[in-house]
Write a protein that binds this ligand. Sequence first.
Ligand code: SF4
Ligand code: SF4
Length: 338
Amino acid sequence: MKTLAKKDLKGVVKAWAEKYHVLAPSRMAKGDCIFDTFQEESFSLDYKKPPLFPKAVFLPHTEVVFEVKDNKLHEVISARNTILFGIRSCDMMGLLQSTSFMTRDRDDIFYSTKKERATIIVMACPGPQNETCFCTTTFSGPVAKKGFDLMFFDMGNDFIIETGSHRGKELLSSGPFTDMDNKLAGEKIKTFKEKAIRDIPVVDEVYEAMRRLKDGAADQKVWEHFGRKCIVCGGCAFVCPTCTCFNVYDQESAPGNGVRARAWDACLYGGFTREASGHNPRPNQASRLKRRHEHKLLYYNESDIQDSLCGCVGCGRCSDYCPVHIGTLEVAREIVKE
Ligand code: SF4
Ligand code: SF4
């Protein structure tokens, strides 16, 4: 394995930014930390759980998929060589789920072209990033198991770097990296992981809620209770790393000219399942919330999600951002309480 002195990190990322579009944690003027195009002055390692990342890189909120100019159609596929530096392990697992969904039955070229040109560097979590993290419950953290090109472990004054792909190895082929004995590095990583796992609590209610949903034993009152509270903002879907639904629309700018675009959609919206006849198989907010949470805790594709467990990677963002507290944690706890 390799190591890198922390004092050298900024220089390394700066050198990568000369060849790649590097997205890295960046501190904004008002103090928030988000993932943004690398800039030396705003680059920061003092970040927790950025609200929208990395799904938005490959499936942007709004994206033109083709344009029509004078009645002639031109496909628009935009992608460039990108490095995503420092994503969290839960987001890595979320990205694997999103990629599986977007390529499983039919390759979504607008997504996969961007994904293929991305190098992904995970920053393993030394502990919970806030009180809603539950990646140890969903087996999606604190350390990524697969999918990454490089994974950094913060050891204080330096990083130990695990390589996950040939592309990752190439990135380490020049720069101030030093070799480290694999056995010693493995022992240090083991200690790091054990501490992180001890510090991130397992939420038993999530397992119990999964069991009740599987047995059809979740009380309908839970969905009615949350259905009355939900203000239908769609925020829970927009911040979720495993939500990938989008809507498609056409915009005409002049006769024979315009674009077809797609934009994020959310299953919490009434129009999401409304059919052309006007019939809606999910006719109220309670049924829509039930569907969303069953997708997170009940239905899953056995071959591609973290150890076949569930469709939620335990990032806790829905609990962080729902203005009326209808995150997965709150829903699981209510299912168990009822
Ligand atoms: S359902 Fe909530 S906790 Fe689970 S992955 Fe989505 S945003 Fe994160
Ligand atoms: S974030 Fe909360 S209020 Fe908004 S749609 Fe989701 S559950 Fe409803």
